[in-house]
Design a protein. Structure first.
Length: 151
């Protein structure tokens, strides 16, 4: 296997896992939104905001690709050390973003259910849902630092 193939495996894992997590997180929140609209259809804006939130981790996986390619790492003459760094950064960001999005979707789904039951907790749910996302942001920052260290 060539080092560039190993590096692109890491990129694929990063983008794929982050996207899978966002799809799961948004689906959980979306399912909760559909159920909540049966009780309180007037709060659709709150449901929409909380349903979309777990989608950001998929964007972080995509942004990680641009960060790593921006350092000029993804070339045919990449070394095994640099390829391993790209693979490791991709694996780390992919896993963290996936789990973060799923758990954030669960927080959002609980808040959506509460809003549907008549509680005014959309803003507070948004604040609480940011905490799982923080770790995906940290993983994206680590991806940048890894890329800059080996470039």
């Amino acid at each position: 296997m060539e080092p560039i193939v190993f590096a692109y495996l890491g990129i694929g894992i990063m983008v794929g896992l982050a996207g899978i997590g966002s799809a799961f997180g948004c689906s959980m929140a979306g399912n909760a939104s559909v159920g909540a609209m049966k009780k309180n259809s007037d709060a659709f804006g709150n449901y929409l905001m909380l349903t979309a939130l777990p989608g950001s981790q998929g964007l972080y996986g995509f942004a990680g690709y641009f960060l790593l390619s921006g350092f000029g790492l993804l070339t045919n003459d990449i070394t095994w050390l640099k390829a391993a760094a790209v693979f490791g950064a991709g694996l780390a960001l992919g896993l963290v973003a996936m789990l973060s999005a799923i758990r954030q979707g669960q927080v959002c789904a609980n808040g959506i259910a509460a809003v549907g039951s008549g509680y005014d907790v959309a803003g507070k749910t948004l604040i609480l849902a940011v905490f799982p996302e923080l770790y995906a942001i940290i993983a994206l920052a680590a991806t940048y630092l890894i890329g800059s260290a080996v470039a």
